[in-house]
Design a protein around this ligand. Structure first.
Ligand code: FAD
Ligand code: SIN
Length: 519
């Protein structure tokens, strides 16, 4: 029995949610932030479009609340939405205090728009908003002596004793040891699960680890059927679904068929700025009906110099791939982008397990409902990280931590069959893409359920006999998260927002959240 490390607070994840939580915690607390990859790696770093907040005198909180509720197809929790919207201007000043300089025109923010927003309320740092946020938050975290950063440490499972959380078992990727990180409070900030799909805008870190760990520990996992597909990722063999920000459409970019015809008027009066579920389904439909590999996004009518300064990251990446965005339309396809569901939490980010919190994409705070409105995600990270930290600052006890049993690896051996992991990983992502994608049906979902159940069985057997590695941890989490997504999708007997089932094409008059708990 030993606790390798003891902290007041353990934060699992170093994206915007994890780093902001760390910075907002009191200087008197000892804090560990662990990241399974490099500290800056995660979705937050790649965020392009921006962060939403009412900053224009002509805009107002009611309008931001209403747009969020409407885009979420009335499944969102109004209390949480109002909380987030009313704290948004403060979130922007918290980021500015950390050093972020939002694009501006002198004394005014250069606000832009995206699907679902009825006003210009997206603050951005050119098209590298996430990079600026992450670099500045990390610099702040490094200044604080009470925060210790652990890079390349992978959380394996939460430690739960007498129904309370006391930290996590963590794999040190370099020494290959599994250590006990014990803590009075644990914050999951592990991001989403979009890597369960074959094509995704997300980096490799988004394997649903926090959701799967929380599920195994007994947390309520809510609304996992709502995977958001971003309508426009670059269609190119070497681009790995590079995101083409919705803010291009916010600035007037047009979606075209290969013959140059516009098509969004057939689907929604808001055209290219309809909410994401509608645009992604429209593109999917055009591709399937006409047999196209992709559609096109045209911005070439804008002035080249302006494009370069407003969208430097996208311009540069496209040039590397041989595409001049100021001269030609970009080939685009939808890809899995955001996990609207997650670990159920309240306004203080508390889960149903005492001492366990969840912040950011891993959490279900209720703000996104059946479809997240663009740029509300970074906002959710910043607002709920602060409320979580404030709650912990006020409720920290000086009780001793219990001793946690050491990780037992006496019955496992290193695997000589790593191909099994690679194969199952690919199989899950293919099944999810083909059977649990943008448009679903009962038959395809049931077929996916059988296949994913079988994969879970194989992964669990493998896990019982082989030494834990990062790949095995992620495969196990991906398999469990995919199972939750499929079962949540099967249990929703309607189509709403991001969940479209051909066998139940309509919305029910009365609906509720889908909640999964381990039996
Ligand atoms: P992440 O930033 O994904 O960080 C997760 C962290 O958890 C990482 O540090 C990772 O290493 C760590 N981790 C995961 N599992 C483990 C484990 N087992 N052990 C240890 N560490 C672990 N949203 C907006 O609002 N505006 C935008 O403009 C925008 N653009 C986007 C563009 C792209 C390309 C993508 C992918 C997303 C975008 N989003 C945007 C969504 C938004 O960026 C994310 O929802 C948000 O950044 C998630 O932050 P997070 O801190 O919850 O997770
Ligand atoms: C984008 O820039 O299109 C992404 C915005 C988001 O996901 O909120």
């Amino acid at each position: 029995m030993s606790n390798d490390y003891q902290f007041d607070v353990l934060i699992i994840g170093s994206g915007a949610a994890g780093l902001m939580s760390a910075i907002q915690l009191s200087n008197t607390l000892s804090i560990a932030v662990i990241a399974k990859d490099k500290i800056l790696e995660g979705s937050s770093y790649y965020a392009q479009g921006g962060i939403s907040a009412v900053l224009d005198p002509d805009d107002n909180f009611e309008s931001h609340v209403r747009d969020t509720i409407n885009t979420g197809f009335h499944l969102g929790n109004e209390k949480s939405i109002r909380f987030m919207v009313e704290h948004a201007p403060n979130a922007i000043s918290d980021l500015e205090k950390a050093g972020v300089i939002f694009s501006n025109t002198g004394n005014k923010y250069d606000l832009t728009t995206e699907g679902g927003h009825s006003s210009k309320r997206v603050a951005h740092v050119a098209d590298k908003t996430g990079q600026s946020i992450q670099v500045n938050l990390l610099a702040q975290a490094k200044k604080k002596k009470n925060i210790r950063l652990f890079e390349e440490y992978v959380a394996v499972d939460l430690v739960v004793k007498e129904d309370r959380c006391f930290g996590s078992y963590v794999l040190n990727k370099n020494s290959k040891e599994i250590l006990t990180f014990s803590s009075k409070k644990t914050i999951l900030a592990t991001g989403g699960a979009s890597k369960s799909y074959l094509y995704t805008s997300n980096p490799d870190t988004s394997t649903g680890d926090g959701i799967a760990m929380a599920y195994r520990a007994g947390c309520e996992i809510t609304n996992m059927e709502f995977t958001q597909f971003h309508p426009t990722c670059l269609f190119h063999p070497h681009a790995k679904s590079f995101l083409i920000s919705e803010t291009l459409r916010g600035e007037g970019a047009k979606l075209l068929l290969p013959d140059g015809q516009e098509f969004m008027h057939k689907y929604d009066d808001r055209l290219e700025l309809a909410p994401r579920d509608i645009v992604a389904r429209a593109i999917d439909n055009e591709m399937k009906v006409n047999g196209f590999d992709c559609v096109y996004l045209d911005f070439s009518f804008k002035e080249a110099e302006w494009i370069k300064s407003r969208f430097p990251t996208i311009t540069q990446r496209c040039i590397q791939l041989g595409i001049d965005i100021s001269k030609e339309a970009l080939p685009v396809v939808p890809a899995a982008h955001y996990t609207c569901g997650g670990v159920n939490t309240n306004i203080n980010a508390q889960s149903n397990i005492p001492n366990l919190f969840a912040v950011g994409e891993v959490a279900h705070t209720g703000v996104h409902g059946a479809n997240r409105m663009a740029s509300n995600s970074l906002l959710e990270c910043i607002v709920f990280a602060k409320s979580c930290a404030q709650h912990i600052n006020e409720s920290m006890s000086d009780k001793q931590l219990p001793t946690i049993p050491k990780w037992d690896d006496s019955r496992v051996a290193p695997s000589k069959e790593k191909v099994v992991i690679a194969h199952l990983w690919h199989e899950i992502r293919l099944i999810m893409w083909n059977f649990v994608g943008i448009v679903r049906s009962n038959n395809r979902l049931k077929s996916a359920q059988l296949k994913i159940q079988q994969i879970n069985k194989e992964v669990n057997e493998y896990y019982q006999i082989y030494t834990v590695t990062e790949d095995l941890i992620e495969l196990r989490n991906l398999a469990q998260t995919s199972k939750i997504i499929v079962e949540s999708a099967l249990s929703r007997k309607e189509s709403r927002g991001l969940h479209f089932n051909q066998d139940y094409p309509n919305k029910l008059d009365k609906t509720q959240n889908t909640v999964m708990i381990k039996q």
